[in-house]
Ligand binder design. Structure first.
Ligand SMILES: Nc1nc2c(ncn2[C@@H]2O[C@H](COP(=O)(O)OP(=O)(O)OP(=O)(O)O)[C@@H](O)[C@H]2O)c(=O)[nH]1
Ligand SMILES: [Mg+2]
Length: 204
């Protein structure tokens, strides 16, 4: 399928916060109740429509476990968007956000859009991080903020689409070139039917 633009995303955050479940809900509209630990990096794609443009999102889902950190770190470069995820029922995952942000600031393009995602909003009774704390953190660090549930699908589409909207805004403002550079945005084959250079997901 042809597309007008391709945006590369990464999903980062501690283990078991629900990164893979968010991606699965976005690409397949289903929920995986068992923690299927991500080894290294996996990826998924979905094409969305935004302002009459078709935008292919190529999403790299990274492993949150510490021992995969060096692999994860090699995926920041070349991402136009990041979902930085914590679990609203585990305060430690919120406390670790600064470490994840340090990696992002060091390794990613300064133009990368970062969406802070407080996941597992369906478990409000076990909440350890207030919504206002997430909002405040996002504001302080210049991030967009949303609370989601990969289980009920609440706000999952919005998290991915609002990120794309922000990236598209930067493309229109000329802040992202849309060339083959390291910023995670490519102009697609568009009107050329049957050509889909990135179907392999190699990102090269
Ligand atoms: N109730 C609830 N459970 C969730 C939600 N999202 C994920 N989970 C559960 O949390 C656990 C971890 O989810 P994963 O998506 O595998 O976590 P991950 O962040 O990809 O973990 P790593 O791959 O180890 O980095 C699983 O048991 C999921 O079913 C959610 O929104 N609500
Ligand atoms: Mg995972």
């Amino acid at each position: 399928m042809s597309y007008d633009y391709l945006f590369k995303y990464i999903i980062i955050g501690d283990t078991a916060v629900g990164k893979s479940c968010l991606l699965l809900q976005f690409t397949d509209k289903r929920f995986q109740p068992i923690h299927d630990l991500t080894i290294g990096v996996e990826f998924g794609t979905r094409t969305i429509e935004l302002q009459k443009k078709s935008i292919k999102l190529q999403v790299w889902d990274t492993a949150g476990q510490d021992n995969f950190r060096s692999i994860t770190r090699s995926y920041y470069r070349g991402a136009a968007g990041a979902l930085l995820v914590y679990d609203i029922t585990r305060r430690t995952t919120f406390e670790h956000l600064t470490t994840w942000l340090e990696d992002a600031r060091e390794l990613a393009s300064p133009n990368m859009t970062i969406m802070l995602v407080g996941n597992k909003a369906d478990l409000d009774k076990s909440r350890e991080v207030e919504r206002a704390e997430g909002e405040e953190f996002a504001k302080r660090h210049g991030l967009i903020f949303i609370e989601t549930s990969a289980k009920t699908a609440e706000n999952v589409e919005k998290a991915f689409i609002d990120t794309a909207r922000s990236i598209y805004g930067k493309v229109q403002e000329g802040e992202l070139s849309g060339g083959a550079g390291p910023e995670g945005v490519k102009i697609g084959p568009g009107a050329t039917p049957g050509v889909d250079a990135d179907e392999s997901g190699c990102g090269c």
